[in-house]
Design a protein. Sequence first.
Length: 78
Amino acid sequence: MKKLQRVIVDVFLLAPEEFRLDLTREEVDTWDSLGVVSLAVGIQEAFGYHFTPDEATGLTSVQDIVDILRAKGIELND
């Protein structure tokens, strides 16, 4: 989960202690349309998975990201 935390913290300019699974898009000022693109690039670089446009724009929380990655067989136990 540390790799995902690094991506989220870097993309959305958060302090590490702000990362949590129930963090939502509404709570993060930088999780806007540009943030969605940056997040998709970060996930691609870190995990090798490219979100579909519907997946990327449908994300509402960190848990959504975890759920999609796990559904694609990507382990987050790092």
